[in-house]
Unconditional design. Structure first.
Length: 108
């Protein structure tokens, strides 16, 4: 009987030691995975933030360029309208000047 109790005690004690070792190993592996994941996240987070900022800046630049392009087109159209208006005025002045010269020639 005493030997059976010792065997049972040794058996459960051995299982407890194995369970403790496995528990410690699993805990160590989980801790290592957590540290590695944390380091990767810590290293990658600034890069992802920079990529997001770069994308936003590129979008802003495209918006600014499009706005500038539209603004330039408006200005060019206004200039063209002014030039057309001045051309009309010059034609009118040329016609009037021709009439005045014709009148002057006829009178002298």
């Amino acid at each position: 009987m005493v030997n059976n109790k010792k065997k049972e005690a040794n058996g459960s004690n051995g299982e407890t030691r194995i369970t403790n070792i496995i528990y410690k190993q699993v805990t160590l592996i989980v801790a290592i995975v957590a540290v590695v994941f944390s380091l990767i996240t810590w290293v990658m987070a600034p890069r992802q933030a920079q990529e997001l900022e770069i994308a936003l800046i590129q979008k802003d630049i495209k918006t600014i360029l499009n706005n500038d392009l539209v603004h330039m087109e408006v200005i060019l159209n206004e200039i063209k309208e002014d030039v057309d208006s001045h051309d009309e005025q010059l034609r009118s002045i040329d016609i009037k000047l021709a009439e005045v010269l014709t009148l002057l020639k006829n009178n002298y």
